[in-house]
Design a binder for this molecule. Structure first.
Ligand code: IPM
Ligand code: MG
Length: 361
């Protein structure tokens, strides 16, 4: 009997359905070559789910995700659901599934492809050799702190609490430190301990975990504002970077410009056990949705992270990564990574998927 894995697909909004469909074709091809099989259950999340059920994360979606081996998500959100007075929002679905499955660590690798170095707005000399693994805490912070409004008129006040507990910091720092041991053995923790109380707790706990449990890992601490600068001036100096939810959200979008396009970057959200959730870092790109021109590579690479981290099929993952490298080496580009003013016609989504498929061996 070949091994069978059950995958939940959450295509979501905007370009989500287009790119997830592409990744599924790639997954099926490597499964066939490696002799395992994948079954898919498509579920609702985000804006489309609000339109269909009134709920951005219906209970049926959570149940299906819990019962799965891994989850592949496209993107959520779009202008249609942006009304600030709306009862609910697509993003609530994404935050909800992270929380429901305790996916407390979001791994975002920032590794520029050699072939795309000139697509980056930064100089080749600065970015060449960069290889950073961001570990963003994903189930705490202002994202899940108490929020509300009081008062009225000019005195109306809004608040959103920044909250971290010792155990929340411990588990994500441990996960990041273990990742560092598999890499270049260097961990950087990013906080704002000169101003924020939760950051001071974060710093104390991280320091203790590192001293007591990982004395062999080189460890340093950087303030988040300085980190925003260092990322652009000396990105090569970082190996694994661990940080809080909000700082990680912002810094990883910044870091995504090192490889040139958000359209290339996958991410994995993991807990201590249970299924992981894999998605591109980019959003739903409503401006190009439905046109068939989105770059499917980030989602295809997210599928390869899924094979590695949740399904323990590293050979299948390697086949995908190899094919993506080959596509780029062959000069094939979707519009987002095509050189400005170039005379080569950019590939459409389906053409890029087909190009990857023919290079999988
Ligand atoms: C991300 C996104 C989400 C976040 C949004 C869509 C809620 O920006 O995954 O980085 O802020 O976490
Ligand atoms: Mg973000």
């Amino acid at each position: 009997m070949p091994k069978t894995y059950s995958i939940v697909l959450l295509p979501g909004d905007g370009i989500g359905p287009e790119i997830v469909a592409g990744a599924v074709r790639v997954l099926d091809r490597v499964a066939e070559l490696e002799g395992f099989s994948l079954t898919y259950s498509e579920q609702l999340i985000g804006g489309i789910s609000i339109d269909t059920t009134g709920d951005p994360l219906p209970p049926a979606t959570v149940d299906a995700c819990r019962a799965s081996d891994a989850i592949l998500l496209g993107a959520v959100g779009g202008p249609k659901w942006d009304d600030p007075t709306a009862k609910t929002r697509p993003e609530v679905g994404l935050l909800g599934i992270r929380k429901a499955l305790s996916l407390f660590a979001n791994l975002r690798p920032i590794v520029p492809f050699e072939e795309l170095l000139d697509a980056s707005p930064l100089k080749r000399e600065v970015i060449e050799g960069t290889d950073i693994l961001f570990v963003r805490e994903l189930t705490g912070d202002v994202y899940f702190g108490e929020s509300g409004r009081t008062g009225s008129g000019a005195e109306e006040t809004a608040f959103q609490n920044m909250v971290y507990s010792v155990s929340e910091v411990e588990r994500v720092v441990r996960l990041a430190a273990r990742a560092a041991q598999q890499r270049r053995n260097h961990l950087t923790s990013v906080d704002k301990a000169n101003v924020l109380e939760p950051s001071r707790l974060w710093r104390q706990v991280a320091q203790r975990v590192m001293t007591e449990e990982f004395p062999d890992v080189r460890y340093d601490v950087v303030l988040v504002d300085a980190m925003a600068m260092h990322l652009l001036s000396r990105p090569r100096d970082f190996d694994v970077v661990v940080t809080a939810n909000l700082f990680g959200d912002i810094l990883t979008d910044e870091a995504s410009m090192l490889p040139g396009s958000l359209g290339m970057l996958p991410s994995a959200s993991l807990g201590d056990s249970g299924p992981g959730l894999y998605e591109p870092i980019h959003g739903s790109a409503p401006d190009i949705a439905g046109q068939g021109i989105a770059n499917p590579l980030a989602t295809i690479l997210a599928a390869s992270m899924m094979l590695r981290h949740s399904l323990a099929e590293p050979a299948a993952a390697e086949r995908i990564e190899q094919a993506v490298r080959q596509v780029l080496a062959d000069g094939l580009r979707t519009a987002d990574i095509a050189p400005q003013g170039g005379n080569v016609r950019p590939l459409k989504t389906a053409e890029m998927v087909a190009a990857v498929l023919t290079r999988i061996s």
